[in-house]
Design a protein around this ligand. Structure first.
Ligand SMILES: [Zn+2]
Length: 575
């Protein structure tokens, strides 16, 4: 029956649920035997892959063209009309697989996840999920609509954020004040959406019989290998080991810039001016330059990875440049039926854009490496633990960087490369404390849901966490901008708890990088082997395959900090 599904995913975009339903029903009814199960899984994967790809393609359109009202409407219609039914179908299929007693090869890990998904599945949550998605789309439109008048020029948020790395301190301060002014004006609407989302999330958890949304989300994110308590241990390790290291960096920064105190615009979370006061690197101007250089980087790193990259480039699967009416941020999205990936970024020409591109390319390579698995639960990145998915991308930032020098086909002279490396190493180190703030904040929110509905309390908790984990910043006189700026961190609002993974994955990525410094080919080989496991190995086994350990205690954190600080000290000799 499923042989009549269209081979072309673009054709499938025209299908509504009434055309999919007979296929879905046929699969739900099919008899399962040891000899029929593999065919059944393959047919299920074909249908599920087409549905997921359609959803993703429609979503992509809402971010590449935030002003396309018809595109927004199509996405909304698909979300509201197809997805709830598709999710119910998916759940029915999982239930059949779990209950049939057959254990197809390579499915032990996916089955564990399915059991966990089934345990929290409630049909009454489907409309709530649809509502959340509608609110999230509204939020994206709201953040995408942020424009700034800058000396008569209209800038988007990414362009203003980029000014936080500007060498001129006045420009940086002005960028920060512009951002917080915009947040201030959107606060009433943002807060209204926030409270609506919190209420929906609390309701979903209660429907599933769970104490709080964190417990629900823990299961939803399939966090089988660590607990909220382990996250706290991670935060403590960061406070003990990383915060002092960042303070050492802050002292150097103050000396280098000739400042007596650091303000947020001297050392923002993920964007900062050069600590020696040099102009920000401007490695490229156009997306075409970025793409051409990235291709050379990947060619030197590994010929197969380069061939994946050329597919992305040649098939129009890269939307990289800053334009009006693009949503902010960056992401990689899989197109499972096409066995392809799509990369979205808003690149304005900074070194951070280069790193983001390496990062999202790492995700895309992960998609290419896993498509050989027959079942979508084995192949799709959506099912691979995020703690490992982000290792795939963060390790690529570190593996690709050494090829950014001009003599290896990249952008930079030796001196510029040292500046770029320093920027990257500083970002790695300063990220952990910020990650701890974002994560600890959310633990507080979902442990205190009622209090968190009052955003003034959220503001206070956020401010006190920033003071604990980032004591090097001086907020005197601008405390109001500190309190409100959690709203700048989109994950908090639209992807709850999805953040600590970056901190864990960064540790793993540094392990891969350390291996690559000793044995470049061996490290890339292990990295690719781990990616190719898709979702068929447990989280610790995926890390092991990549040549590292899944652990984030004080010992591991200290080891990584030692490596990064060592690299920073080495860079001191080049200038
Ligand atoms: Zn990522």
């Amino acid at each position: 029956m499923t042989s009549s599904l269209p081979a072309d995913p673009i054709e499938f975009l025209k299908w509504d649920w009434s055309r999919m339903a007979p296929h879905a029903k046929g699969l739900l009814r099919r008899r399962l035997t040891p000899s029929s199960i593999d065919g059944w899984l393959a047919d299920w994967s074909e249908l599920a892959g087409l549905i997921a790809e359609s959803f993703n393609r429609l979503y992509i359109r809402t971010t590449t063209h935030t002003n396309d009202k018809a595109g927004q409407a199509r996405f909304r219609k698909y979300s509201e009309e197809v997805m709830p039914k598709a999710r119910a179908f998916e759940q029915g299929m999982k239930k059949r697989l779990l209950e049939c007693g057959l254990r197809p090869k390579g499915m032990a890990v996916p089955l564990r996840r399915m059991r966990s998904d089934s345990a929290i599945y409630r049909p009454e949550n489907l409309p709530l999920r649809t509502k959340s998605e509608a609110l999230e789309t509204k939020l994206n439109a709201l953040t995408g609509s942020r424009t700034f008048d800058w000396d008569g020029e209209t800038l988007n948020q990414a362009q203003v954020l980029a000014k936080l790395a500007h060498a001129n301190r006045k420009t940086r301060e002005r960028a920060w004040m512009a951002l917080s002014g915009c947040l201030e004006s959107q606060k009433p609407e943002l807060d209204r959406l926030w409270v609506q989302l919190l209420d929906l999330r609390g309701q979903m958890a209660r429907n599933a019989g769970l104490r709080n949304y964190r417990s629900y989300r823990w299961r939803e994110l399939a966090r089988f290998h660590y607990t909220p308590q382990d996250c706290r241990i991670f935060h403590d390790a960061i406070a003990r080991v990383v915060v002092p290291a960042v303070q050492r960096l802050a002292e150097r920064r103050k000396r280098g810039l000739g400042l007596d105190r650091l303000r947020v615009w001297d050392d923002f979370w993920h964007l900062r001016p050069d600590p020696l006061g040099r102009a920000a690197l401007q490695p490229f101007e156009t997306a075409a330059e970025l793409t051409a250089t990235a291709e050379r980087v990947f060619t030197r790193l590994d010929p197969d990875l380069a061939s994946y990259y050329r597919i992305l480039r040649d098939e129009g699967l890269l939307d990289l440049e800053a334009r009006a009416h693009k949503a902010p941020g960056g992401y990689e999205m899989e197109l499972p039926a096409s066995k392809r990936a799509f990369i979205f970024t808003v690149a304005v020409g900074t070194h951070l854009d280069v790193l983001t591109h390496l990062h999202e390319s790492g995700h895309a390579f992960h998609v290419f490496e896993s498509t050989h698995w027959p079942c979508h639960y084995q192949a799709m990145l959506d099912y691979v633990p995020v703690e490992f998915v982000e290792l795939g991308s963060m390790a690529m930032e570190l593996l690709g960087s050494p090829f950014l020098t001009r003599d290896r086909g990249g952008f930079y002279t030796e001196l510029q490369y040292a500046q770029a490396q320093l920027e990257q190493m500083e970002s790695i180190l300063t990220f952990w404390p910020y990650m701890a703030v974002v994560d600890a904040f959310q633990h507080w929110v979902y442990e205190n849901l009622e209090a968190a509905r009052d955003t003034r309390q959220c503001d206070e908790v956020w401010a006190s966490l920033v003071r604990v984990f980032m004591p090097h910043l001086d907020w005197t006189g601008i405390e109001d901008t500190l309190r409100m700026c959690w709203r700048l961190q989109g994950h908090i609002i639209t992807s709850p708890f999805y953040y600590v993974e970056y901190g864990m994955a960064q540790l793993g990525a540094i392990g891969v990088w350390a291996n690559a410094r000793k044995d470049p080919q061996g490290a890339v080989k292990a990295y690719r082997r781990a990616l190719s496991l898709g979702n068929t190995a447990s989280l610790p086994d995926l890390y092991k395959a990549a040549g590292v350990r899944f652990a984030f205690g004080e010992k591991e954190v200290a080891q990584a900090v030692g490596l990064v600080e060592g690299a920073i000290n080495e860079l001191d000799s080049i200038h």
